[in-house]
Design a binder for this molecule. Structure first.
Ligand code: FE2
Length: 283
């Protein structure tokens, strides 16, 4: 249960850090499961490794579909710098993956029950949701020396609803530090930075941004949020946040998913779409 103070802090800042939300043993178990999933990846047939199946257009098309159809699957996305000019991996596959997504909350025997449970359901209700739906679950790795940065953004850009409702649940499976790419927030920005940019399906294939992509924020207002393994961070869909690259030798494994209000309008051009077989999961 969230306390009155926590709810007030979340409303004021647009994010809420909850240390020791889960135990270190649990964090270890989740990290182990993440490592198993990395080992399970078969490079054969992965679009990023299909360099002999056709020209750039075909490769791009296969890559787009792999991403767009990942909402109810467990799929693997590489770091940008993971391949050399010849299309060969520059490091072992386990150290080259940026993220796994986006249906872990539906399919994975460890992450599904960790995501869909009465505690988080109560929390969503406290945050004002009447019909919370879970979507876009991800393991994000920030592997040593290669983990990419995430530029300033608002999550509602990616999970736009009318009215806005996206809220992130972000779980630290390892300590997140300045060195390995912890989160940074602009406190209160959810109140004064409107969401003007949307990540949508491009009618001609793939994805694109529409609207004003220029986030006008004062970079000096960012505060660094270093957290320990076992921490839950709640993230308002409109709060501006980012994370730095990981050039350290220490990985930064996190698990995250988002919820939206099931009664809100969910546009048909949002990048992530439910299907008849896989509607969004109720929390
Ligand atoms: Fe985000």
């Amino acid at each position: 249960m969230l306390t009155e103070t926590q709810l007030k802090d979340f409303d004021r800042d647009g994010f809420l850090v909850i240390p020791n939300f889960f135990s270190l043993e649990e964090a270890k178990r989740l990290k182990q499961r993440a490592e198993e999933l990395l080992e399970d990846l078969s490079l054969e047939g992965h679009p990023m490794t299909q360099f002999s199946t056709g020209g750039e257009d075909k490769k791009k098309h296969i890559g787009d579909d792999y991403f767009l159809e990942s909402g109810d699957k467990i799929r693997y996305f590489f770091e940008e710098g993971a391949f050399n000019d010849k299309g060969e991996l520059t490091r072992p596959k386990e150290k080259a993956i940026n993220k796994i997504g986006h249906g872990l909350h539906m399919l994975d025997p460890v992450f599904a029950p960790f995501s869909i449970n009465p505690t988080l359901s109560t929390m969503a209700k406290q945050l004002g949701f009447s019909s919370p739906k879970v979507l876009q679950s991800m393991l994000i790795f920030k592997q040593p020396y290669i983990g990419g940065k995430v530029p300033s953004h608002q999550d509602s850009t990616f999970l736009y609803t009318e009215p806005l409702s996206a809220t992130g649940f972000w779980f630290a499976l390892e300590d997140c530090t300045n060195e390995n790419g912890c989160l940074w927030f602009i406190p209160g920005s959810h109140k004064d930075v409107p969401v003007t940019n949307r990540f949508v399906r491009n009618p001609n294939g793939g994805t694109t941004f529409i609207g004003d992509s220029d986030l006008k924020v004062d970079e000096s207002k960012f505060v660094r949020m270093e957290v320990k393994a076992g921490t839950l961070v709640l993230i308002h869909g409109s709060v501006v946040h980012k994370s730095a690259p990981n050039y350290s030798k220490q990985s930064r494994f996190i698990y995250t998913f988002h919820i939206i209000e099931g009664n809100a309008h969910y546009p048909k051009d949002n990048w992530l779409q439910p299907t008849a077989e896989s509607p969004f999961t109720s929390l």
